[in-house]
Ligand binder design. Structure first.
Ligand SMILES: [Zn+2]
Length: 147
């Protein structure tokens, strides 16, 4: 009765990415899950907020902490469509999140290129969940941008 799989939640993160896409934001989406329940949803808002730090993960961390009423997310899992950047990985490290699942790798700006130690030592990381869908929406976005 594994109703809630990694694919299920990644698909929810992809819906957020699509909202970003529709709003002309770089289409990265994230959800944070606690006890199989989505407690935060976010997409990239750097254009709308005029804020380079407004990545999906940053929004989701703040929103999840508000929901929980505590700053640590050590009972929570983050699903994000694209590999977190070092800024977000640092923030996820501070949050002590228990697990990070991402879809597409970011060869240029992904944190794993630089340093895995940014995350909390107890945080487990999984990648490649719905990778092709997650990278397809990014490719489409940048293809449209170049037109
Ligand atoms: Zn980031």
């Amino acid at each position: 009765m594994e109703l809630f799989t990694d694919e299920y939640f990644m698909n929810e993160a992809l819906k957020e990415a699509q909202k970003g896409y529709d709003a002309d934001e770089v289409p990265v989406g994230a959800v944070i899950v606690c006890d199989n329940k989505i407690i935060a949803r976010a997409h990239n808002l750097t254009e709308r907020l005029n804020d380079v730090t407004a990545h999906a993960e940053m929004q989701a961390i703040t929103s999840a902490a508000n929901y929980i009423g505590g700053k640590y997310l050590n009972e929570c899992v983050l699903y994000v469509t694209v590999e977190p950047c070092p800024m977000c990985a640092g923030a996820l490290g501070w949050s002590q999140i228990s697990k990070v699942v991402y879809g597409a790798k970011d060869e240029k700006k992904g944190f794993s290129k630089i340093d895995y130690q940014m995350l909390h030592p107890k945080t487990r990381v999984f990648d490649g969940v719905m990778q092709s869908e997650c990278s397809a929406i990014m490719k489409q976005f940048f293809k449209e941008k170049r037109k």
